[in-house]
Ligand binder design. Structure first.
Ligand code: ATP
Length: 233
């Protein structure tokens, strides 16, 4: 579904990604793990059309999207849930959800999306900034679902959440996939991400240094030693 080949991304003088190749198949959860500054956010932002690549190709179902603006990428069903949620705190929960749907202009998905997030339904007319951290993460995901994704790009969904809420967030990722949406997940909590994913890529200083079935990566002594600290599955 998503095919990335030879991708390079620069921030001015800094080359954040060098020659990255990666695939996401229909219905897959793919995790990208790696330390701080590895280039994970740059990767997702480039796929989403927020950054232009310096080199390389990105295709969705064979159609090229590298360098296309975000509004065009979202029309292919590629939707980014950004790091740090980026919700609008002084707007209501409802307004934040409606923003997710502006790409196609239809708000009739709201009941279906709210049915899975009762806490949001109860707080629909409250400012989003009044929600707890976990609820704000759910709102960010719900806003993404309002855009009718075929491929959801999730950037560090665990960031700043208590362990119970992290588990709930990962359960939600499993449900999203069960509904037929593919997921490209970027996480520093590598063990958890590999626990939910089918396949994984290890990114380090802008390069893919390991790739394979999530289960194999989680058991690979080099990956364990460098990025996990202990065996996970
Ligand atoms: P984190 O987990 O901290 O978000 P990351 O793996 O997502 O890290 P990126 O945020 O993609 O990594 O950063 C990759 C490299 O690019 C880092 O060296 C970072 O300092 C640099 N970088 C990222 N964004 C910018 C920017 N807007 N301007 C300049 N340098 C940037």
């Amino acid at each position: 579904m998503l095919k990335i080949r030879g991708l390079a991304v620069r921030h001015g003088e800094i080359e954040a990604l060098h020659d990255v190749s990666l695939d996401v198949g229909e219905g897959e959860i793919v995790a990208v793990i790696g330390p701080n500054g590895a280039g994970k956010t740059s990767l997702l932002r480039t796929v989403a059309g927020a950054l232009r690549p310096a080199r390389g190709s990105i295709t969705i179902d064979g159609r090229p999207i590298a360098g296309a603006p975000a509004w065009r990428v979202v029309r292919h069903g590629i939707v980014l849930v950004p790091e740090g949620r980026r919700i609008f705190g002084d707007q209501t929960v409802r307004a934040n959800l409606e923003l997710g749907a502006v790409s196609h202009g239809r708000f009739d998905d709201m009941p279906r999306v709210l049915a899975r997030f009762p806490a949001l339904r109860e707080r629909l007319e409250q400012p989003a900034g009044a929600l707890s951290g976990g609820q704000q993460q759910m709102l960010a995901i719900a806003r993404g679902l309002m855009a009718r994704p075929r491929l959801l790009l999730l950037d560090e969904p665990s960031l700043g959440l208590a362990p119970r809420l992290v588990r709930e967030t990962f359960d939600e990722v499993r449900r999203i996939r069960a509904e037929g949406v593919s997921v490209l997940l970027v996480e520093q909590l590598a063990a958890l991400a590999l626990g939910v994913a089918d396949r994984g890529y290890v990114l380090d200083r802008g390069r893919v240094v390991a790739a394979g079935a999530a289960r194999d990566l989680a058991a690979d002594p080099r990956v364990v030693a460098a990025y996990l600290g202990r065996r996970v599955v």
